[in-house]
Design a protein around this ligand. Structure first.
Ligand SMILES: NC(=O)c1ccc[n+]([C@@H]2O[C@H](COP(=O)([O-])OP(=O)(O)OC[C@H]3O[C@@H](n4cnc5c(N)ncnc54)[C@H](OP(=O)(O)O)[C@@H]3O)[C@@H](O)[C@H]2O)c1
Length: 353
């Protein structure tokens, strides 16, 4: 039977001998985070709501998992289960959260659950908590000047979130504010990552909400695109950002994790170039107003920690390929004349006409 050290690549031992916990380990982002932590030599406790559920099997198949990954049952609304999972760990990555705009499903686990996580972390003597927040806690503010880059000092306006019934942004904002409050009260070291919409290959066996953002344009279910813009980031970069802010001793505050912003029309045009065989919408639902200009988010704080970001074009390509490989999206025949003009080796969005 291999020893723990034997399963860790020699050049990647920053986590060797260190035990951390990842909440919601089976989710889209958390699965990549667990993979990255195992690559770096960490011993990982992953919390899931049902360790026996085959939907978590992909975690057990990760390199290093046999020796250094334990899956534990925990629910965000069950503080005792969190304390049991965190005991003996040096750090927590709190990624678990519903991802929905249904207030019934979202508000309690996100807000109360994050408080329970923070309290359990303080009670168990955790050194640092990395919380997976969201850009939704940052940009939802009608008074923000759209020409100014959005940075870590910006906060969403709760009244505006409520008025627009954006319960996901509302709950994540209150959850993040609550996390900072408990951190201050209990003297807990908290660092926050605020990703924009996350895409890239899936490790888990089901389609998550952010992947569906692209999927709906490929299946024909969306006949038009909305007049809106969105920022994107690759899931591997999100996982890497979590590890970087955990390992950098002087990391503090909030880290916006974003690559670039596209109008939905640009997104559809890129998808059409890459995968012309799918029925991707060509028309905007709003034929009256000019295209909405999206916010630009600065990722400078993560660049300062040495990060580079996968270009959005590559990210979209890998997302669709992954959906095909996992059988979630049918592979359609391509007509030679329709072959994409661009290939995934082209890495700059500027190459898209
Ligand atoms: N994907 C994005 O574009 C994006 C962008 C910004 C921020 N985020 C944040 O990133 C985190 C992960 O998102 P994701 O996209 O990876 O979502 P996901 O694939 O849906 O994963 C969410 C995870 O949360 C767990 N969970 C939900 N409710 C729970 C509860 N009451 N107790 C314990 N676990 C619970 C789920 O566990 P089960 O498997 O048991 O359901 C699941 O593993 C979330 O905090 C989300 O707000 C995501």
């Amino acid at each position: 039977m291999p020893t723990e050290a034997a399963s860790v690549p020699a050049q990647a031992v920053s986590g060797n001998g260190r035990t951390v916990c990842v909440t919601g380990a089976g989710g889209f982002i958390a699965s990549w985070l667990v993979k990255r932590l195992l690559q770096k030599g960490y011993t990982v406790r992953g919390t899931v709501r049902n360790p026996a559920d085959p939907k978590n099997d992909h975690l057990r198949a990760l390199d290093g998992a046999a020796d250094r990954l334990v899956l534990l049952r925990a629910d965000l609304l069950d503080p005792e289960s969190l304390v049991a999972a965190f005991s003996g760990c040096e750090g927590i990555f709190h990624a678990a959260s519903p991802v929905t705009d249904d207030p019934e499903k979202m508000i309690e686990p996100a807000i109360l659950g994050t408080r329970y996580v923070m309290t359990a972390a303080a009670d168990t003597g955790i050194n640092r908590v990395v919380f997976t927040s969201s850009i939704g806690t940052v940009y939802m503010n009608p008074y923000r000047d759209p020409s100014k880059p959005v940075d870590d000092t910006c906060w969403s306006d709760l009244e505006y979130c409520k008025m627009t019934q954006n319960w996901y942004c509302y709950a994540k904002t209150v959850a993040e504010q609550g996390a900072w409050e408990v951190a201050r009260e209990r003297g807990l070291d908290l660092v926050v990552v605020n990703p924009v919409l996350v895409l890239g290959p899936l490790l888990q066996p089901t389609v998550n909400a952010s992947t569906d953002h692209v999927m709906k344009y490929l299946t024909g279910s969306a006949k038009t695109y909305v007049n809106a813009a969105q920022a994107y980031v690759h899931v591997k970069d999100v996982a890497e950002a979590h590890v970087r802010v955990y390992e950098a001793a002087d990391a503090h505050g909030r880290y916006i994790c974003a690559e670039s912003t596209l109008h939905r029309g640009e997104l559809c045009r890129i998808l059409t170039k890459l995968f012309p065989e799918y029925p991707i919408p060509t028309k905007c639902k709003d034929e009256v107003n000019p295209p909405v200009i999206g916010y630009k988010f600065t990722n400078q704080r993560l660049k300062d920690l040495g990060m580079d970001f996968v270009p959005v074009l590559q990210c979209l390509y890998e997302t669709v390929k992954s959906l095909q490989e996992k059988g979630m999206l049918p592979v359609l025949p391509t007509n030679d004349q329709d072959q994409p003009m661009i290939t995934p080796t082209i890495t700059s969005p500027a190459t898209i006409p």
